[in-house]
Unconditional design. Sequence first.
Length: 250
Amino acid sequence: MAAHMVDELAGINELSVSNWLEYDEIDWIRKCSKPFKKTLLHNYISFIFIEQNEYLLHKHLPIEVIMCLTDIMRKYGIDYSHLGNVEYSELEIDDVNDEIEDYGRKVFSFFLEKLEVIFVDDVFTVLFANKDFLYDFNSQIQELVRTLNQREHPELLRKNGVFKRVYLPQWLKKGVFMRDKGRCQICGTDLTKIFSLEKAENYDHIIPLEKGGTNDPVNFQLTCETCNKSKRDRNEDYNSLGSRYWDINE
Ligand SMILES: [Zn+2]
């Protein structure tokens, strides 16, 4: 599903960010104005997941939905036996009858009820570590933010296309620190304070507010004070600095 999200963001089904926000009914402007635990990316994953399964059901391909969703439910240990048991192992993927279509819809709605929140959050966890994906996601949102008029959102915007700076909650700082493994994402300096107490940590907007960046959790990264000061509002440096687990050449 995470890999599928990468394709969707690239526009494989014309559901990159701006098209998505035309179809979805979420208040994205408010969600960009301050950090919510359920991020804009959670909403995007949820929308794509539901859209994809509804499309398959609509196109009379319930077996695909059943196979995929029951497989996931088994992995999460969710008992779906009360939905009944429809035999489809002898059928082709595009074979269809009323009983199977009905079962497909039941499986889908039970999945949404039991597992949607957890599943979407697990997909989010994979994507939150993918800096290239996050950068592209934020860049697409940035295009929309730049069109916002301050007069229409005086409580959220500092000026046209620029959100106000907000207080960052501890849960967000902890999450970003953990994902970035305690290292400045621009120069790589260790900020864990295990080996050095000198360096202070900063939580930096990947796309600066001044350039149409948001306060959504997916637009933050860990940096050191020096890089944060030198970056300011000028550029959009980001990196995926992590340590290799071992060196394959040695
Ligand atoms: Zn640095």
